[in-house]
Design a protein around this ligand. Sequence first.
Ligand SMILES: Nc1ncnc2c1ncn2[C@@H]1O[C@H](COP(=O)(O)OP(=O)(O)OP(=O)(O)O)[C@@H](O)[C@H]1O
Length: 292
Amino acid sequence: MELQIEHLYKSYRTKEALQDVSFTLHQGTYGLLGENGAGKSTLMRMIATVDFPTKGAIKYDGTDIFLMDEEYRNLIGYMPQNYSVYPGFTAREFLEYMGTLKGISKEKLKTRIPEVLEFVNLSDVADKKVKTFSGGMKRRIGIAQAIINEPKILILDEPTAGLDPKERIRFSNIISDMGKDKVVLLSTHIVSDIEAIANELLVVKKGKIVETGNVDGLVQTVQGKVWETIISREIYHQLRKERSIIHLKQMGNDVQVRYVGDEYSGVDNSEVEPNLEDYYVFAGGILEESEE
Ligand SMILES: Nc1ncnc2c1ncn2[C@@H]1O[C@H](COP(=O)(O)OP(=O)(O)OP(=O)(O)O)[C@@H](O)[C@H]1O
């Protein structure tokens, strides 16, 4: 199974939202990372066929998805950004409604609905009205409707927005499991979400894909470049001009700093294990510089 994005462009009247975007997705979990307005939703809307590219193609195993029509729509599950659920429905009624819209038979829904409710951990509230649900529960019912047709491609736009830390972990577990037999593509502007959920990273910046790669592989590229040190405020003011700062903690008159780059001389540094945030800040720094 392969989903190919080929030289994709999308322009709105006054805005080039995507410019020459190309990449290929296979089975696995992909995280689309980028700031607000970078073009993530635009890209996902086109992969979900709810919007059309201005130029370029999206192909599923070599066939243009817009020509596959119904056949492709049966293969995908999509949760748009700010997904809202009809509040008057119970969870079960909502899934019956969405399942019917997707053309699933009543017979099949009888077994499939309990399965998806179990999967997203909502079995015990199946007959409660959705309006009584927390934000995280609503998000989980959004995923349930997206997977009800057993999609081969699952597209989740900002699925973790507004979730509390406990829901975030529950959610990560649910999504990581799904990448085993599907293409899962999710967007976020939170780096740690990618690390917790995705194996592959796609960084979007101003309508372009500026980086792609395996999360562990990318993190390894900053191995030996991430440091922690406790220094005075004066030294910190100098250090921050010369290195990318990841994290800062006040410690009385001193500050504890995590930074990425070459080891800063003249202070006591401890080398620390890198994470995706370190990589992202480091790579972001490089990208900004090369743009100038
Ligand atoms: N229907 C539209 N008409 C005009 N401009 C649009 C439209 N949809 C998106 N844009 C613009 O295209 C750019 C990309 O928007 P998009 O929503 O894809 O970004 P995003 O990365 O998903 O950010 P966010 O997380 O804020 O949604 C933005 O500048 C946005 O203002």
